[in-house]
Design a protein around this ligand. Structure first.
Ligand code: EPU
Length: 427
């Protein structure tokens, strides 16, 4: 188990560069096994999820190498194998191997995926999509078996709810299926466009990614010709925007796609932060007073559920009550009791997903736990704002999703270290 130790109170300034999107990367790596050639990704974030996905690839004899943000994957010698359940359980997105293996071998057997503990996360829509394409699916003791004995066939899939994961899994299964698949009520997240771009550049025929209707005509082979550069992480961008506004003396954030963040930046502007938004960077000036806001999380292009927690510490500086309603994950409130330990005036009702954040004069360091990635991001920002020392246990959850976070924060003048079990400092 790792701990993040933060000596709070430093003002931050300087520049930070955002990495490739975690939620693209974790779909692109499984998608790579659909290729008939080696593939290469650039701007890959250095996060634990990537290393765990590489362990899963290795178990199928898919060699991968990760150096300085470049990830090479060679799926040409892939074999069917039992996937390592520890790595599968370490992240939710391992379920993308269901769609990718079905696409590649017409069958797959996987342990039920793990990932963030943010309330119920069923996979019924994924299963329904696989069945519509011709697979039979059964679950025995937490292991899911999928098989399309007669191959996968294009079909119309209507998603009962907008789901990022189910849309991606349906694309992965359909891209090499026979005939045309139409996904209706598809998710429109930028990470889905990124996946479609990668697959289309290898010869796939996916049209409409980024809208709610995606058409996929199956192809026989996928061949990579170019390095795929992963889009910038909009959640990491939002996290640095929030922390720069809360305790920055002027911070420039590079490698941002402002169009992916409009629902977030508009809220920061509403709070009184005079963001200077350029084509691929955003400057956050020193800001000393903030207005309260109301936020409701929605599927893209609405306000992302993944950003409600990182924005909380900033909201506690506002001169009134801010309210968050998380309609995607009403139980995503793990940060609330931890922030209360640091003196924040915050309350949650997890039946409605409503969080009320009142003005708080001062936070103080405390021992807190990062129950999941974005909870960890909120605690990191609060720890940087607080007086004294904050120790965040379960810091692996932060390292799962934030590219070289300790190095990036310390370059901005923060004082952050990571300790592992044996108290050896590694960051
Ligand atoms: N849902 C179902 N049935 C399903 C699938 C989803 O009822 O079969 C429900 C969920 O319970 C939820 C809603 O649909 O209420 C939307 O969930 P979605 O499937 O879109 O979420 P996901 O694909 O499991 C991804 C991100 C999450 C992010 C959500 C929402 C990845 C790997 N994960 O999860 O990211 O919160 O979309 O935008 O892409 C994070 O990065 O911190 C994170 C948790």
């Amino acid at each position: 188990m790792q701990k993040m130790i933060i000596q709070g109170g430093n003002r931050l300034s300087g520049e930070v560069t955002i990495g490739g999107a975690k939620n693209s990367t974790v779909a692109l790596i499984p998608a790579a096994i659909l290729a008939d050639t080696p593939v290469q990704f650039d701007t890959v974030p250095d996060i634990l999820d990537v290393h765990n996905l590489m362990i899963i690839l290795e178990s199928m004899n898919v060699k991968s190498e990760f150096n300085h943000g470049v990830l090479d994957i060679d799926p040409t010698q892939i074999v069917e194998a039992e996937l390592p359940s520890k790595a599968i359980k370490s992240l939710r997105a391992s379920y993308y191997f269901m769609g990718a293996l079905l696409g590649r071998f017409h069958r797959a057997t996987l342990t039920f995926p793990g990932g963030d503990n943010i309330g119920p996360r069923p996979i019924d829509l994924h299963i329904k999509a696989f069945e519509t394409l011709g697979a039979t699916v059964s679950e025995v003791n937490g292991t899911v078996h999928l098989e399309a004995a007669n191959g996968l066939h294009g079909a119309r899939i209507f998603m009962d709810m907008v789901s990022v994961g189910a849309t991606i899994n349906a694309i992965l299964a359909a891209v090499r299926a026979e005939g045309t698949t139409v996904i209706e009520n598809a998710a429109r997240e930028p990470e889905i466009i990124d996946l479609a771009t990668f697959l289309n550049n290898m010869g796939a025929k996916i049209r409409g990614a980024g809208t709610d209707t995606i058409r996929i005509t199956g192809v026989d082979t996928l061949q990579s010709m170019n390095t795929h550069t992963i889009i910038a992480d909009r959640i990491e961008s939002g996290t640095y925007l929030a922390l720069a506004a809360a305790l920055g003396d002027g911070v420039m954030i590079h490698n941002v796609i402002p169009e992916h963040l409009e629902s977030f930046t508009s809220k920061m502007i509403e709070m009184g932060v005079d963001l200077q938004i350029d084509s691929d960077k955003i400057y956050v000036p020193k800001t000393t007073s903030f207005k309260p806001i109301h936020v409701k999380t929605m599927p893209f292009p609405g306000f992302a559920t993944d950003l409600q927690q990182p924005l909380t510490p900033l909201m506690s500086l506002a001169d009134g009550d801010s309210v968050v309603v998380d309609t995607i994950y009403p139980k995503r409130v793990k940060h609330v009791p931890e922030l209360q330990k640091m003196g924040m005036n915050i309350e949650a009702d997890d039946t409605t997903g409503t969080i009320v954040i009142k003005h708080t004069d001062k936070l103080h360091g405390a021992n807190v736990s990062a129950g999941e990635i974005r909870c960890g991001a909120a605690l990191t920002i609060a720890g940087l704002m607080a007086e004294g020392t904050t120790v965040i246990t379960n810091a692996g959850n932060i390292l799962r999703g934030y590219d070289r976070i300790v190095w990036k924060l310390n370059r901005l003048n923060a004082n952050v270290t990571i300790e592992d079990d044996s108290s050896v400092k590694i960051g």
